[in-house]
Design a protein around this ligand. Structure first.
Ligand code: NAD
Length: 487
């Protein structure tokens, strides 16, 4: 159960690639949960469009099996499940040819519901599908289009894609998902910053020593090797998720919590990123197997590959608020723990009045954890309890709401639940605008170009370690250290 649910209007949601991994593992379970919670009404329709000859019943069977795996048994109430499956339909079509489009048109033509086309397919199909939607008469003025990364593989291809989509859709109809922004904690970060007066006066280079943003995974690339090897950590993670998180930390307060006001401020951050001076501020790595596990190149099925499975970058923002406060970003696969967090590390107290025997003070750290255990903690220094004289210790002020909500029988909705409902509500605040995507690529392109022409490939690191030695040095040389990678 989730508190305060306001139902959305009935909709027709067409999922291209409805039989694929993203749809089956994330999107359809998210829609099911929103229906169970009473937000998505059962008189909406979800129509999958994919190439297999499944028929509506075959598709329903597939979805039922997926829900049994990806939705907790406590939510699989048989009546709600039957209701949800009833709302599903299936159209066989191939984005690359004419078959099936008339059938899709017929499914939609008499419906006055709001339409969403969710392109859960490879990005090279975004433009052909959009064009066929237009020529087959499936679009209405209230149509929305949802796309997800990869949105281009460099600035030129991202701009080309934006322009292709813009020939058919207005920008206000296009929802570019970055699922990190759908996380409850990430939205809480905005509440923390902009609904409290406490942090704003110290949210700047005078008081913040540095910021660390980490997205670490334990899994390797096996199973996704072909896709991953074409991209690597910089394209797959830095360009979108990590830069988006950086924007939310660094942006100025928008005048209103409205889509373009928020996105204008994020765009200003992206345009203020200092170009990287030299190779010293970027460390790329590639995992090697331990204990008989495969190396990256074996997992990726790509002998001799120079694709990076790890990236660490020191980023500086050239504006008044952040000049002098570096942002250290790192992301990688086969690392010590699966953890995604942002840590805002404040400066030390300017002078310690306590004797050395009290133990040193440590900087305050605001840690925003996206996974696991979504929540926010503020590390403070206090006196160790007891009569042992003045001894200082660090304690976290814990705002881990997952546990608090769990104790009340409440559940934090997943990112896709939130984002899909935002699409239906027509709220683009948490979605990337065309110019944001392009600005991010503009900054990333030289990093990729430098890596491509570097005489050496990525640094090797042990699986389940904290990454290459050089990434540790990136911070050590500045007198700082990465936070431990602990789940
Ligand atoms: P997938 O390969 O599992 O599924 C692709 C789907 O597209 C299948 O349903 C397939 O039938 C359909 N399809 C392929 N060619 C088609 C054609 N010519 N006409 C009609 N349908 C066609 O891929 P996925 O993992 O579900 O990813 C889909 C997209 O989402 C990709 O662009 C991927 O990069 C992106 N994405 C996926 C995830 C994830 O967790 N899987 C996360 C973020 C982004």
């Amino acid at each position: 159960m989730v508190a305060r649910v306001i139902p959305v209007v009935p909709f027709d949601l067409v999922v291209f690639g409805g039989t694929g991994d993203l749809a089956q593992r994330k999107l359809l379970p998210a829609l099911f949960r929103r229906m169970v919670d009473g937000q998505a009404l059962p008189d909406s329709r979800i129509i999958a469009a994919a190439r297999r000859d499944l028929g509506a019943d075959g598709f329903r069977r597939r979805v039922e099996a997926a829900l049994r795996v990806h939705v907790g048994p406590e939510q699989l109430d048989p009546d709600r499940l039957a209701e949800f499956l009833c709302a599903l339909d299936y159209v066989r079509l191939d984005a690359a040819d004419e078959d099936g489009w008339a059938a899709l048109f017929h499914r939609l033509k008499d419906s006055e519901r709001m339409r969403v086309f969710y392109l859960s397919v490879a990005p090279q199909l975004f433009a052909p599908i959009s064009e066929r939607l237009a020529t087959s008469g499936c679009l209405t003025p209230d149509t929305r289009l949802v796309v997800e990364k990869p949105l281009g593989h460099d600035f030129a291809s991202a701009r080309k894609l934006n322009r292709q989509l813009a020939t058919i859709f207005d920008e206000r109809q296009i929802y570019r998902i970055d699922h990190f922004l759908g996380k409850e904690t990430v939205q809480n970060l905005m509440a923390l910053r902009f609904a409290n007066a406490l942090f704003e006066p110290i949210w700047n280079a005078r008081h913040v020593d540095h910021v660390q943003i980490t997205v670490a995974e334990r899994v390797g690339v096996r199973g996704r090797g072909a896709y991953y090897d074409q991209n690597g950590a910089v394209r797959d993670m830095m360009q979108n998720h990590l830069l988006q998180l950086l924007c939310l930390i660094a942006m100025e307060p928008p005048a209103h919590f409205e889509p373009d006001a928020v996105r204008d401020e994020k765009l200003k951050v992206l345009r203020s990123l200092k170009p990287l001076d030299g190779p010293g501020d970027v460390v790329l790595g590639q995992y090697r197997g331990i204990n008989g596990e495969p190396d990256y190149v074996e997992d990726a099925g790509s002998p001799g590959s120079r694709t990076e499975s790890f990236a660490a970058i020191k980023v500086e923002i050239a504006n008044w608020r952040w000049n002098g406060t570096p942002f250290y970003l790192r992301t990688g696969k086969r690392l010590q723990a699966r953890v995604s967090e942002i840590a805002v590390v404040f400066k030390d107290a300017p002078h310690s009045i306590f004797p050395a025997s009290a133990g040193g003070t440590n900087p305050n750290v605001l840690a925003i954890r996206l996974q696991p255990d979504e929540g926010i903690t503020l590390r403070l220094t206090i006196k160790e309890p007891g009569p042992g004289g003045m001894r200082l210790c660090q304690v976290p002020l814990d705002m881990t709401f997952a546990k608090t909500l769990g104790a009340q029988g409440l559940r934090i909705p997943g990112a896709y639940e939130r984002l899909v409902m935002d699409v239906i509500r027509g709220d683009q605040t948490l979605f990337m605008r065309n110019d944001e995507v392009e600005a991010a690529w503009r900054w990333i392109d030289p990093i990729i170009a430098a890596a491509d022409t570097a005489p050496e490939g990525p640094r090797s690191y042990d699986s389940y370690s904290s990454g290459p030695e050089e990434a540790l040095m990136l911070m050590h040389r500045d007198g700082r250290r990465w936070r431990a990678l602990a789940a």
